[in-house]
Write a protein that binds this ligand. Sequence first.
Ligand SMILES: Cc1cc2nc3c(=O)[nH]c(=O)nc-3n(C[C@H](O)[C@H](O)[C@H](O)COP(=O)(O)O)c2cc1C
Length: 410
Amino acid sequence: MSLQGKRIVVGISGGIAAFKAVELVRELMRRGAEVQVAMTNAATRFVGPITFAGLTGKPPVTDLWAEDYAGEVHVELGEWADAIVVAPATMNLMARAASGLADDAVLATLACARGDIFFAPAMHHRMWAHEATQANVARLIERGAVMLGPVTGTLANGEIGLGRMMEPEDIADELETQFARGDDLAGRHVLITAGPTHEDLDPVRFLGNRSTGKMGYAIASQALRRGASVTLVSGPVNLPDPRGADVVCVRAAREMHEAVMQRFEEADVVIMAAAVADYRPEQRAPRKIKKGNGLQLELVRNPDILADVGAKRGHRPAVLVGFALETENLEQAARHKLERKGADLIVANAASDGLAGDTNRATLVEASSATSLPEMSKHALANQILDRVSALLQRQPRRTATKAGPDAPN
Ligand SMILES: Cc1cc2nc3c(=O)[nH]c(=O)nc-3n(C[C@H](O)[C@H](O)[C@H](O)COP(=O)(O)O)c2cc1C
C-alpha cells in the first residue's frame, strides 16, 4: 500500500466519467490514502455527493459558502492535501483553472494547493483537440500540473477517439509513481535540446522539419518538477517557456551546436530531443531567390551535436541521452547510434509516430537493455526517460562543478 498516509483531495467535475471517480476514491483508499472529495456543481448532477460521503466517511465539499464550514475550507484543504487529483477534469474546469478562476470548491482548493496537482481529462475527442483546450492544458502544465491522460478509447457517445479518462487503477498507479519519484533530480543540472532547426535558404525561406518541441519541453517540465535545474536550448517552437527553466533560443543547427558545446560541461545530464537538420544550404542567398525554371540546392553537413558531446565528454555529463527517429530496424539502428555517439541511452521512435503529436511510442535502448513502451503522452514518456536517467545517475557519485575533481575518471 504505497499511498499509505498520503492525503489526497479528489476533485470531481461534471462529465460522464464522474461515475468512475467512485472507483478512483475506493482505489486510493484501498492503497492507504486518506481521501477528501470536492465537487463542482455540475459534478453533483452526475453522481450524488452522498455516495462519496458514504465511501470516505466525510461529506464532499460542494459549496464554499456552506454554513457548517467554520473557516475557509478551500485554504484548509489546499494546505491539508499532499496531492489534488481532478478526475474527471472537464474542458470547462481546465479552462477555468487555467484562467485562475476560484469560484467553486474545486477551483478554490486548486488555487490554494500546497502539494502536486493532477488532472485526468475526460471529454469528447473534439473537445480535447479544441485549440482552447490545448492552450489551457499547456498553461496548466507550464505551471507545474501533471496531465494523466486522456487515453484513446470508446467515448460516452460510442465513438472511438482520444478523450477517454484514464482508468482509476492507472491513475492510482501514476500517483504512486509520482510520490515515489519525489525530487530525485534535486541538485542535478539537466541540459535539454528541443524543437526543430531552421536552415536558411534566403531571407524568407528555410529548410525545417515537423518537430513541435513538445517532447523536449515535456522533459524540461518534468525534470523541473523532479527538482533539477534545467537549461533548455530550443529551436523555433510555439510553446511557452517551462517555468523556472533557463531557455536559450537558437535557430539553426550550428547555433544549437555552439550553445550546447558552451554549456554541456556544466551539466550532469544532457538530453538531445531536438530534431536537428543534418544538412544546410551551402550558401544563404543574401536576397530572396527569384523564381526560375528550376532550382538546384547544394547542401552541406551540419555538425553532429550528440556525437561531438559524446566524443568530448570528460566526467560531465554523467548521463548522455540521444533520440533516434527511424523508419526501419528501429532497435538495431538505435543501438548502433548508442555505440557510435558515446551515449548512455537512446530514445528510439518510429518515424510514423510522434514527431508532431501529443503522444509517442518509444523504445529505450541502453548498452544492456531495450525497453519497448506503449503509446503514452509525451509527459508520461518524459518521466519514463527521467526514471532511467535517475537510475543511471545513481551509479555515478554526485559531483561538484569542478572539472578535475577527485572523482574525475582516468
Ligand atoms: C450528459 C452530459 C455529459 C457531459 N460530459 C462531459 C464530458 O465528458 N467532458 C466535458 O468536458 N464536459 C462534459 N459535459 C459538459 C459539462 O458538464 C459542462 O461543460 C459543465 O459546465 C462542466 O462544469 P464543471 O467543469 O464546472 O464541472 C457534459 C454535459 C452533459 C449534459
